[in-house]
Design a protein around this ligand. Structure first.
Ligand SMILES: [Zn+2]
Length: 311
């Protein structure tokens, strides 16, 4: 008993209080980690017990304070997650491409890259089959969707986005007729709205139906700062060619920075689905890697900026 008496009662109380406060603080630091990982731990209950004891002593509700801090943490965490999600679901285009029509991007690098593009979906006749082939080959492609189809098959549009592919606007009704600005707005804005409603995607990428540049649609898209992506290779799969003819057409004009036109919608897509695996192999044999159209634009943009920086 005597040897403890070198500390006064007051000193002992202070020491206990300091140790309790320090361990409470340390345990509190680790508490959110345990909670968010869903691992209830001994530490958690110990901390809460400590909190209760502290409440008894000082009248301060440490548990309430910790809950408050957890809530603030969760809020920030959820916000960061949402921002990350929005970033992944937004296909914006670099300034150099806004309001521009392009068939390919210009790249100086030695690496060969090309974008596979699929128009007129989403469709029960081809979208899921194409998605499966792309997944098997670990390829991300770009889907130019028709608004009307997104409305009818939202689950297919969602599947495209869930697989990490890029999405673009291909008008509401795929009409070739001339439209005035109101008509063009209806075709393009409505499609943008339904794509967003179904998938959460915002896209600044457009391709005119049939590739028609002068019927009012492209004029409106350019005014709205869309990048108008055409193509450099055409599979001509809308003619439902044999596999060898499909491959030959889709390889014609192959160039790094190019875009290959195919269809996952707009009718029977058996031939496209049949030929796609072989086309992928043929491009790979020629040294090509596959990227999305937004990635192509980004690559050119980076090269241009890098070159400008070196001057
Ligand atoms: Zn089309």
């Amino acid at each position: 008993m005597a040897k403890y008496d070198r500390f006064s009662w007051r000193e002992k109380t202070t020491l206990i209080a300091v140790v309790a406060a320090a361990s409470s603080f340390l345990a509190g630091l680790m508490l959110p980690i345990n909670r968010h990982e869903n691992h209830p731990s001994i530490l958690l209950s110990a901390t809460e017990e400590l909190g209760n004891r502290n409440k008894d002593k000082s009248g301060t509700d440490i548990n309430a304070l910790m809950a408050q801090r957890d809530e603030a943490f969760n809020k920030v965490f959820a916000q960061l997650q949402q921002e990350e999600k929005d970033r992944n679901l937004t296909f914006s285009v670099p300034k150099a491409f806004q309001g521009k029509v392009f068939q390919e991007v210009k790249l100086n690098t030695n690496q060969k890259v090309i974008a596979l593009t699929f128009d007129d979906g989403p469709s029960p006749q081809g979208t899921l089959q194409v998605l499966e082939i792309l997944k098997k080959n670990n390829i991300k492609a770009t889907f130019f969707m028709i608004g009307r189809n997104v409305k009818n098959f939202p689950h297919l549009a969602k599947a495209v986005v869930a697989e990490g592919h890029a999405v673009a606007n291909h008008t509401w009704s795929h009409s070739y007729h001339h439209v005035n600005e109101t008509g063009a707005a209806r075709e393009i804005d409505r499609t943008a709205a339904i794509i967003y409603e179904a998938t959460g995607v915002k896209t600044a990428l457009f391709r005119p139906p049939g590739g028609y540049l002068n019927n009012g649609l492209v004029a409106y898209a350019r005014k709205k700062n869309y990048a108008v992506a055409m193509w450099s290779s055409d599979s001509m799969d809308y003619r439902r060619p044999s596999v060898p003819v499909f491959i030959k057409s889709a390889l014609k004009g192959a160039t790094s920075g190019g875009m290959v036109l195919m269809h996952d919608g707009g009718g029977n897509r058996t031939r496209t689905v049949q030929a796609l695996p072989q086309l992928i192999t043929e491009y790979q044999k020629r040294g090509y890697k596959f990227v999305t159209v937004p990635e192509l634009m980004e690559m050119q943009d980076k090269e241009v900026k890098l070159a400008a920086g070196k001057k």
